[in-house]
Design a binder for this molecule. Structure first.
Ligand code: SF4
Length: 539
């Protein structure tokens, strides 16, 4: 990929996303400058290596019958969701929405002028001594990394958590040339022992508990069985410390790229990122091109939003800024620093209608709040990015035809939009993708026919009423047959029955739960009668 291939934009106005200095409670952002505005434990293959086109139904079935998975995912996501709401309210109060608005505008502005900021970043990073590479595809990115590993004679590599490298399936490629690569984020380290894959952007092993960790440690590291979190951490720590000392190469991702300094920023809570990037002599950072921000002052806003939205913390524990390799007068840091800027479908998504999706700062708040994700977990999405953001990003990056079910893995309740710190309108994109599926004839013809009939019925008041009337009496007749009608009360108009085996397309809905029948008297009828009554009383 070459920055010249990006859509051209006029040079940005410096005041477009001006950030006011001020307190962290968001009170500075109220002024005019803001505008008014049953888990498989050991895997033979990576669970995210799926056959395309991917259909999620079998994994969804499995997940919805796995009480343990649901308990793990539900309790972890609920506690993070509550922590996010509490801390955002405490920190920003009534200005929370304005902070989200500002975060969204900073990211949108950068994406609108990505060619400009990318060029600025490349110039500044190169001036600081980093080697910047561009990769259009997964193969290109992996190829660059393997070349660097070969040239520096790497035998052991330590890696911190990075969603982009998950996208690349990098580890097997490094293994194929004889480079042992160790994941150092504790969650990722445990997943590596089980040959498992992350199921959440921020909490990769959300689908496992400490007993699973204890079993993995005993089986793979031959240590005494313990479920004590402190002891388990100490075991991992001792092992990883030696790996940091011996490693020739470090690999990391990047939460942000600062254009006007050429800096790569990584945010971690365990400190492993800092060791991975400063101990080995060669460092390779894989970063998606959408991670750019114009300057440090803009970064400040996003760091405040990221930590609070991801884990309910005021700030991530370690925020590590890397501008070029070690300088002659410095003791720590790599001798060589490579930055691989990855496209992998992002440039295609940069078109104006879908650009907003790339604002994502990977906080995971939309996953934590999503009722669908909580029920089925991350692996059911069949992709590195799961939950609401995965449901829109994966089809965009990997092809709508390859993931036809994902835009439908949502109840469109809007909770993801409310939670998103950069205000990505996820429900809007889900609907847009569903529309695109119809236009591109990815949706099967019987479904397309049903949608057409449905749309025609809704457009005309006569057919709408007729359709409603037919549906009502069909369901009520069936409820009368099963003897449930009238159970709810004595009023024949208000009485409702229950269907446990609805016909046609509603059948799968009633497989898991009963469905109430419509009442005999519709809201429209009630309204007409109510209005008539009112008028006769007034007369
Ligand atoms: S879409 Fe928004 S809420 Fe979801 S991970 Fe991205 S930034 Fe966070």
């Amino acid at each position: 990929m070459n920055p010249a291939s990006l859509p051209k934009s006029p040079p940005p106005e410096p005041k477009d996303v001006h950030v006011l200095p001020g307190p962290t409670d968001g009170s500075a952002f109220t002024g005019a400058a803001m505008g008014q505005g049953n888990i498989t434990e050991i895997h033979d293959t990576n669970p995210l290596d799926v056959t395309l086109p991917y259909h999620m139904q079998p994994r969804v079935e499995k997940a919805t019958h796995d009480a343990q998975l649901q308990q793990f995912v539900n309790s972890a996501t609920l506690s993070k969701d509550r922590a996010r709401k509490r801390i955002c309210l405490e920190a920003f109060g009534d200005n929370y929405n304005r902070m989200r608005e500002l975060g969204g505008r900073i990211k949108q502005h950068t994406l609108d002028h990505l060619d400009y900021y990318l060029e600025q970043f490349v110039t500044n990073a190169a001036a600081a001594g980093a080697k910047v590479h561009f990769a259009e595809t997964t193969d290109e990115a992996n190829g660059i990394c393997l070349d660097i590993a070969r040239k520096c004679g790497a035998k052991l590599c330590v890696k911190s958590k990075s969603m982009v490298t998950e996208e690349m399936h990098l580890l097997p490629k490094l293994e194929s040339i004889g480079v042992e690569t160790v994941e150092t984020d504790l969650g990722e380290f445990i997943l590596q022992l089980d040959k498992d894959a992350p199921s959440h952007i921020v909490q990769p092993m959300i689908h496992k508990d400490r007993a699973a960790t204890a079993r993995a440690f005993t089986r793979e590291l031959h240590v005494e069985y313990t479920e004590d979190p402190g002891k388990l951490c100490q075991i991992a720590r001792n092992l990883l410390r030696n790996k940091y000392r011996q490693a020739d190469m470090g690999i990391c991702g990047g939460n942000f790229l600062i254009a006007d300094t050429g800096t790569v920023v990584i945010c971690t809570n365990e400190g492993n990122g800092r060791l991975c990037t400063s101990a080995p002599r060669v460092l390779v950072a894989f970063v998606g091109i959408e991670k750019l921000v114009p300057s440090l002052e803009h970064l400040g806003v996003l760091l405040k939003l990221l930590a609070r939205s991801a884990t309910g913390q005021p700030l991530t524990v370690y925020n590590h800024f890397m501008t070029g390799p070690r300088r002659p007068d410095e003791h720590d840091g790599p001798e060589e620093m490579h930055i691989i800027l990855v496209d992998n479908g992002r440039v295609k998504t940069l078109k104006e209608e879908t650009r907003e999706m790339l604002r994502c700062i990977r906080c995971g708040a939309c996953l934590n709040t999503c009722p669908v994700y909580r029920k089925i977990g991350g692996h059911a999405y069949g992709s590195v990015y799961s939950g609401p953001i995965g449901a829109i990003l994966t089809p965009m990056l990997k092809g709508l035809g390859n993931y036809p079910d994902l835009p439908h893995a949502s109840s469109l309740c809007g909770a993801c939009y409310e939670a998103c710190p950069v205000k990505i309108n996820i429900p809007k994109f889900l609907i847009q993708l569903r529309r695109d599926q119809i236009k591109q004839k990815i949706t099967r013809w019987p479904d397309r026919l049903i949608y057409r009939v449905w749309a025609a019925t809704l457009r005309n008041s006569l057919t709408y009423r007729l359709g409603g009337w037919m549906q009502k009496w069909m369901f009520r007749l069936q409820a009368r047959g099963n003897g449930s009608l009238g159970r709810a009360g004595s009023d024949p108009y208000a009485s409702r029955g229950w269907l446990s085996d609805a016909p046609g397309p509603v059948k799968s809905w009633t497989r898991e739960r009963d469905m109430p029948t419509p009442p005999a008297r519709s809201f429209r009828q009630w309204w007409d009668e109510h209005e008539k009554d009112k008028k006769s009383k007034e007369a």
